[in-house]
Structure formats: C-alpha cells, structure tokens
Design a protein around this ligand. Structure first.
Ligand SMILES: Cc1cc2nc3c(=O)[nH]c(=O)nc-3n(C[C@H](O)[C@H](O)[C@H](O)COP(=O)(O)OP(=O)(O)OC[C@H]3O[C@@H](n4cnc5c(N)ncnc54)[C@H](O)[C@@H]3O)c2cc1C
Length: 407
C-alpha cells in the first residue's frame, strides 16, 4: 500500500448539514479534518426550514438541539396538505406510530441552524475555513487526493487529504466530476422568501398543491413565515427577471393563500434554486465519498433533506472513520459499507417521495388521495410520520394503504 504525505485525514467540501455533521463526527473520532465552504456563516439558504421530530433526534445526537431550542424558532405539530380541488389532510406527529422522538418538530431559519452546525464543528476541533470554494478535485492516479481551493484572498491552494467528502449540495462539483450524476423528472424550480404579517398562521406546515406546482407556508420564528413556491421549470421561464412579481402572481393562484400574503411584508429577497431530481449513481470512489444533496435530492415536497443529510453524515462518518484509522488513502472498497447502508436506510423513502412527486402531476388523482387520507386521520398521521422519517415507509407502501388512498 502506498503511503502519501497527506496534509489532513479528511477534507470536507461544503459546510451545510451534511458536511458540518460529517466533519464533526470524524473529528470526534480523532481525525484531522478541514471543512471548507464558499459562504461566510450565518448565510441564507433556499429551504422551507421545516424539521420533523426525527431530524431533531439527529440534531440531538450531534449535540446542538438544546442550543436550537433556545434560539428563535417555532415548534411544529405536523403538516396540512391542501389538494388542487380543495381536499385536505392534516397529519399530526404526536399521533403517529411508532411515536416520534418528540411530539413536535421545529421550524427555524437556516441562518441559525447552519451557523450552529458550523460552530459545533469548530468546537469539535474541525479546522473550518469560510469563504473558501473548492474549484477542482486533485488526483493521484485515479484516486481523489484532495481539492484545489480558493480562499478569501483569492489565491488558489492545494489541500491534500486521505479522504475528500463531497458535501457541496445540489449543484455539487464533486458529484459532477466523480459521481456519474443523473437528472430525472419532474424538473422543478423553487422560489423561497421570508415574510412578515402572514395571516392565520398555525403552528404547523401547510402545503398547497395546485395544477402546476405547489406552495409551502410555515412560521419560522421572529414573527416571520417561510413562503416557498415550487413550479415546473418550463413555467419558471416566465420569470424574465421579474422574480418578485412572478412569485406573488403564482402564489395568488392558490385559493388557500389568497388574502393571506401581502407583498409589502417581504422580509428577505426571494431566493431561487433548482432544478431538483438529481442523484449520483456513484457515491463512493477511491479517496472520495458523497453525502447529503451531493449524493441525491429528489424534491422539496416531502422536506426532510436535512434529516437525510444528517443520517447520511452519520453513516458516512462511521464507515469513513474506520477506514481512516488505517494509514493510507481511503479506497472505494473501504467505503462500500456506507453505500450499502445508504441503500438500506433510504430506499423506502425514495419510493414514497417518487409516489408523491409523480402523483402531483395528475391533479385529480392527487386530490382524491388527499381526500381519502384526510377522511381517515390515522392514515394522515401515518403519512406524515413516513414523510417525517420516523414511521417505516412500509406503513404506506402496502396494498391496504395504497388501495385506501384511491377508494
Ligand atoms: C425549496 C427547498 C425547500 C426545502 N425545504 C426543506 C425543509 O423544509 N426541510 C428539510 O429538511 N429539507 C428541505 N430541503 C432540503 C434541504 O435544504 C437539503 O436537503 C439540505 O440542505 C441538504 O444539506 P447539504 O449539506 O447536503 O447541502 P446544503 O445545505 O446545500 O449545503 C451545501 C454547502 O456547500 C457549499 N458549497 C457548494 N459548493 C461549494 C464549493 N464548490 N466549495 C465550497 N463550498 C461549496 C454551499 O455554500 C453550502 O453551504 C429543501 C430544499 C429546497 C430546494
């Protein structure tokens, strides 16, 4: 086995939930870790900012939940979904089986959440470098051996590492270079804002599904609501530089939002992101592993990307931590347990996400399913538990449940 003088054990690219958590757990296992992000924290992120009780369980495992509980945020009881023809279901976390870690989830801004996670990584001994972008990967033969980065002063620098972690999100450079990236359907874009003065806000998330896209609404603390609009990419072509006008024009089409949003209450510029439905067919290779959105992200409707990022970070850090205890560059063969564990952990959820994401394309069918589930509160609670990651997907992926969704 060749020994190479690597500068660090692990170089983590991207300090969102996936990267910050992976870096923290690797550092706690005694490894020398550098974590870089092109942003300076706190920073905004286009996200509906809603977390289920299961996400809170992972944040607790990471040791940041107490801190977040003291920060401005709103405990969330569950989710209400309004169908394209007015049908409605409300799922309550506390009524689902098995019972969640807590009866409530939490909505909190990504400015606060992601900043706390970066602080947590620093406290664990991670060398965190902000305003530092990875511009390319370094290779030794065919193995990734670090990255070329550009810091705040503008100079390019090589950081050599025995393991490089691609946690650089939806538009991941790492996934593009080594992940054999694939893109699927539906292709949607999201527009996300913070607004004050939203009328009739309840302590829960709302999802309003329309004929072309959907809108989410939930309180995030400090008298603000997160307002997210998701539309097909073809429709987003109508934006023509008028993002704000497009945003409010589209939102006005949802009957359940009419009269509740005043454009004058816009508290943060509308952030645009997408398209989604992107995944890496290869999440491990010699010297590199991908976590979070860099590994896969389907659609924001079922939320929970933060939970997936944290759980994936845990799985990756367990496998990578063991591999790093040997003194050489980490090989793909060493990382296989992670790839297998991801499949086991997420396969059922991937199926549920696609069931919902594709179901929305047929508004009558989707509305009928919302109506049938909504008439049977235990079914609604189960669905919210499955999308909230604490009820196993088989609780909805079975003939009994699927039949009752349509009859
Ligand atoms: C519209 C929308 C709504 C959503 N709503 C929810 C929700 O309510 N709840 C939920 O749980 N999930 C939600 N998600 C999903 C969630 O936002 C993501 O799944 C989650 O952020 C993934 O975490 P991550 O760490 O993989 O990526 P990110 O959070 O995207 O972090 C990636 C980091 O990498 C950095 N980066 C990127 N490229 C480079 C580079 N070249 N060099 C250095 N740094 C780089 C970025 O600056 C960023 O900080 C939503 C997503 C969208 C798009």
């Amino acid at each position: 086995m060749t020994r190479v003088p690597h500068e660090v054990d692990a170089l983590v690219l991207g300090a969102g939930p996936a990267g910050a958590a992976t870096a923290t757990w690797l550092a706690e296992a005694g490894h020398r870790v550098v974590l870089i992000d092109r942003a300076r924290f706190p920073r905004d992120k286009a996200c509906a900012e809603y977390m289920s009780p299961e996400t809170l369980r992972w944040l607790d495992r990471l040791g940041v939940l107490g801190d977040l509980d003291r920060a401005p945020g709103v405990p969330i009881r569950g989710t209400t979904v309004v169908g394209p023809y007015g049908s409605r279901l409300t799922g309550r976390f506390s009524q689902a089986h098995p019972t969640p870690f807590r009866p409530t989830g939490l909505s909190i801004t990504r400015r606060i959440l992601d900043h706390r996670l970066v602080q947590r990584a620093r406290a664990a001994g991670v060398d965190v470098r902000e305003e530092t972008a990875a511009t390319d990967l370094l290779f030794r033969g065919r193995a990734v051996s670090g990255a070329l980065v550009r810091g705040p002063s503008g100079g390019a620098k090589r950081i050599e590492a025995r393991l490089t972690v691609g946690a650089d999100g939806l538009r991941s450079m790492v996934a593009r270079v080594v992940g054999k990236r694939r893109y699927g359907r539906p292709r949607r874009l999201a527009f996300v804002a913070h607004m004050s003065g939203v009328r009739d806000l309840a302590p829960g998330a709302e999802m309003h599904v329309g004929h072309a896209g959907y809108a989410g609404l939930n309180p995030v603390g400090d008298e603000l609501a997160n307002v997210a609009l998701v539309v097909p990419r073809a429709k987003a072509r109508l934006v023509r530089g008028q993002v704000r006008e497009f945003f409010f024009h589209q939102l006005a089409k949802f009957p359940g939002l009419r009269g509740r949003l005043d454009p004058a209450g816009l508290a943060r510029e509308v952030l645009v992101t997408g398209p989604f439905s992107a995944w890496s067919t290869r999440v491990i290779a010699d010297g590199v592993v991908m976590v979070g959105d860099a590994a896969d992200f389907f659609d924001p409707f079922t939320g929970e990307g933060i939970c997936t990022a944290l759980r994936g970070a845990w799985l990756a850090s367990q496998t990578a931590g063991a591999a790093l205890s040997r003194p050489s560059l980490v090989r793909a063969a060493d990382l296989k347990p992670y790839a297998r564990a991801r499949g086991r952990a997420f396969r059922g959820k991937w199926m549920v996400e696609r069931l919902i994401g594709h179901g929305m394309i047929v508004p009558r069918l989707f509305d009928r399913a919302v109506d049938r589930i909504g008439r049977r509160p235990p079914m609604a609670d189960t669905m919210i538990g499955v999308t909230g990651d604490f009820v196993p997907p088989r609780a909805v992926l079975n003939p009994w449940y699927l039949t009752r969704m349509v009859i």
